[in-house]
Design a protein around this ligand. Structure first.
Ligand SMILES: NC(=O)c1ccc[n+]([C@@H]2O[C@H](COP(=O)([O-])OP(=O)(O)OC[C@H]3O[C@@H](n4cnc5c(N)ncnc54)[C@H](OP(=O)(O)O)[C@@H]3O)[C@@H](O)[C@H]2O)c1
Length: 329
């Protein structure tokens, strides 16, 4: 008999997510059937879309779902033998039963265990795919161009900056704390601005006097507006996320961006992580090669304990993370 704990959405979000928005339920799992396997969750990815109503569409009582790494501990499926690890999108639970079906466009896939398991939720997974395709396909940077990245010290952002450096660009990151600024400088970012203490518009005008060619945006809002004002003619903007808009019903009143788009001939593209398996395999192979060549340095913030899932979500909104945030069970 396996008793599993799972998180459900228990009270409506108001501002930054808190413990009280979630409840843990215990349930007894049935015996596995032919073709099924039992998974013991090992690592859970902290992803902000859970909080963002337009994406999560959560109703009170709904099970929280999350990308995770789990171990097959019992199996009646020859495709998923006992002892192997998988990455998949499942209920945010300590155990799950699966038949290998994908419950979203994220497939259940066996992982090769060559690297520490949690890295398959970060640099060897969707974080890198987001950074790689977002930058190369939607910003299309050329050598010596200037790239600006918001949430530069986050799970996606720190990878975007390093990809930019590998491509021969000048990279400027923005983040909120001096410790994060130092870390990014150590990763090879040319400049890092603290958007809380620095005058962003003034500093960008100094650092990129001819203007910004590529802007990889994770946050939206006023900060993004200030960066857009410094774009160069024919600049490209990839909108990855809009973190600053997640926790508030208040929509910031900003001047219209239309004049700068039309006069500077800017291209602005929203995108989501490509889910095609071939694309994920290509970006993962690229990440592994760059990692082994010492061109890509990564870091994850690992938080111990299944119960800390809500606290981890809060900590990311408070900017306490360096790199991708992951729960270890
Ligand atoms: N398009 C896609 O398919 C896709 C895929 C993955 C992620 N995303 C989105 O991309 C963004 C980054 O994801 P991630 O997982 O890598 O998260 P992350 O950057 O590791 O963490 C979020 C960061 O946002 C910053 N932040 C928090 N509240 C903020 C606010 N009010 N204003 C400005 N910055 C704020 C904090 O960094 P600072 O200390 O630097 O402020 C925090 O560390 C998120 O919006 C996520 O939803 C999109």
């Amino acid at each position: 008999m396996v008793i599993s704990k799972k998180f459900v959405y228990s009270t409506a979000f108001l501002g930054v997510p808190k413990n009280s928005n979630f409840a843990i339920l215990e349930e007894e799992l049935p015996p596995i059937q032919e073709g099924e396997f039992l998974l013991e969750t090992k690592y859970i990815s902290i992803d902000l879309f859970v909080r963002y109503k337009p994406l999560s569409k959560l109703n009170i009582g709904d099970t929280i779902w999350a990308l995770q790494i789990a171990k097959v501990i019992e199996s009646k499926s020859s495709n998923y033998p006992v002892g192997r690890y998988i990455r998949g999108y499942y209920p945010c639970s300590t155990y799950n039963i699966s038949d290998g079906t994908s419950y979203s466009n994220i497939p259940t896939s066996l992982i090769d265990e060559k690297y520490p398991l949690h890295k398959y939720l970060a640099v060897f997974g969707y974080s890198f795919a987001t950074a790689y395709y977002g930058l190369t396909q939607h910003c299309q940077p050329k050598e010596n161009e200037v790239i600006v990245i918001t949430s530069a010290a986050g799970g996606v952002g720190h990878l975007v900056g390093q990809i930019g450096k590998i491509l021969g660009c000048k990279v400027i990151g923005l983040t909120s704390k001096s410790e994060k600024c130092l870390w990014l400088k150590g990763l090879g970012f040319d400049h890092v601005l603290n958007y809380v203490t620095d005058d962003v518009s003034k500093e960008l005008a100094k650092l990129a006097p001819k203007g910004i060619d590529c802007f990889f945006d994770n946050v939206g809002g006023e900060l993004s507006y200030k960066i857009m004002e410094n774009m160069r003619k024919l600049g490209r903007i990839a909108i990855c996320g809009s973190t600053s808009c997640h926790n508030s019903d208040f929509v910031p009143k900003l001047p219209s961006i239309h004049p700068m788009i039309s006069t500077k001939l800017l291209s602005i593209t929203g995108f989501s992580t490509p889910m095609e398996l071939e694309k994920l395999e290509h970006s993962t192979k690229t990440a592994m090669k760059w990692f082994e060549d010492g061109k890509l340095r990564t870091r994850e913030t690992i938080i111990d304990g299944f119960e800390n899932y809500p606290a981890a979500l809060t900590s990311v909104y408070n900017g306490e993370n360096l790199g991708k945030t992951i729960i270890k069970i």
